[in-house]
Design a protein around this ligand. Structure first.
Ligand SMILES: CC(C)(COP(=O)(O)OP(=O)(O)OC[C@H]1O[C@@H](n2cnc3c(N)ncnc32)[C@H](O)[C@@H]1OP(=O)(O)O)[C@@H](O)C(=O)NCCC(=O)NCCS
Length: 185
C-alpha cells in the first residue's frame, strides 16, 4: 500500500516519522489527554519507542497497524495521534483510537480526525467494521464518535486495568454501509 496521506478539510493524516517524538509526547505525555485512556502519561523515552515501533510497523507486509500523525494542513503542526489496527481474528474488522493535544480541543478537530480514520479504514482499506472502546466517563469521546456516525454497541466489563483498578469500556462501532450512507447524505 502507498504511505498514508489523507487530507480532510482542515486536518490530514500522514505517516509518523522519527522527528514526531515531541509532537506525540505533547499528547501521550499529557495528564489531561491520557486521563481517560488505558495508560498513565508516557515518558518521552516511552514515546520515542512508540514512534520507532510505529514507523517500523508501517513497512510490515501485510500491514496490520496504522499509527498515524494528525496534522493541521495549514501549519503542518502535529496535533493528534490516530491508530487503526486490523484484527486477525475478525474478518475485515479493525479497532481504532485517537487523541489530540489539549490546546486544540473544542474546534471540531476530534470529529474530523475520527472521520479521516474511518475513511482510511473503509475507503482505502476496504474494511467492513471499525470499533473503538472508551472509558464510561469519557463523554467527549462518546460525543465525538457519535457525531462521526458511530453507534454505541455495549459495555465490555472490566476491560482496562489502570491505577490499580479494573474499569469497564463502552464500545462504539460503525459498518461500511453506514459509513457510505452517511457520506451520501
Ligand atoms: C475526544 C477528543 C478527541 C475530542 O476532540 P475535540 O476536538 O475537542 O472534539 P470536537 O471539537 O470535534 O467535538 C466533538 C463532539 O464532542 C463534544 N465534546 C468535546 N469535548 C467535550 C467534553 N469535554 N464534554 C462533552 N462533550 C464534549 C463536542 O460538543 C462535539 O459534540 P457535538 O458534535 O454533539 O457538538 C479530545 O477530547 C481528546 O483528545 N481527548 C483525549 C483522548 C481521548 O479521550 N481519546 C478518545 C479515546 S476513546
Amino acid at each position: 500500500m502507498q504511505p498514508v496521506h489523507l487530507p480532510g478539510p482542515r486536518l490530514a493524516l500522514r505517516e509518523l516519522s522519527p522527528g514526531d517524538v515531541d509532537g506525540v509526547f505533547a499528547i501521550y505525555g499529557s495528564p489531561a489527554a491520557t486521563h481517560h485512556l488505558s495508560f498513565e502519561p508516557r515518558t518521552r523515552d516511552q514515546v520515542a519507542e512508540i514512534v520507532q515501533r510505529s514507523v517500523a510497523s508501517a513497512t510490515a507486509d501485510p500491514r496490520s497497524e496504522y499509527a498515524v500523525a494528525v496534522v493541521e494542513r495549514q501549519s503542518e503542526r502535529l496535533v493528534g495521534f490516530g491508530r487503526l489496527a486490523t484484527d486477525p481474528h475478525q474478518q475485515r474488522g479493525a479497532t481504532f483510537g485517537f487523541a489530540l493535544r489539549p490546546d486544540v480541543w473544542g474546534r471540531g478537530y476530534g470529529v474530523e480526525t475520527v472521520r479521516l480514520l474511518l475513511s482510511l479504514g473503509f475507503d482505502t482499506l476496504g474494511l467492513h467494521r471499525i470499533w473503538g472502546a472508551r472509558s464510561p466517563l469519557n463523554t467527549a469521546s462518546a460525543a465525538t464518535m457519535a457525531a462521526a456516525g458511530m453507534v454505541e454497541e455495549g459495555r465490555i466489563r472490566e476491560h482496562v486495568h489502570k491505577a490499580g483498578k479494573w474499569r469497564d469500556s463502552i464500545v462504539h462501532g460503525i459498518l461500511d454501509r453506514e459509513w457510505r450512507r452517511a457520506g451520501a447524505e
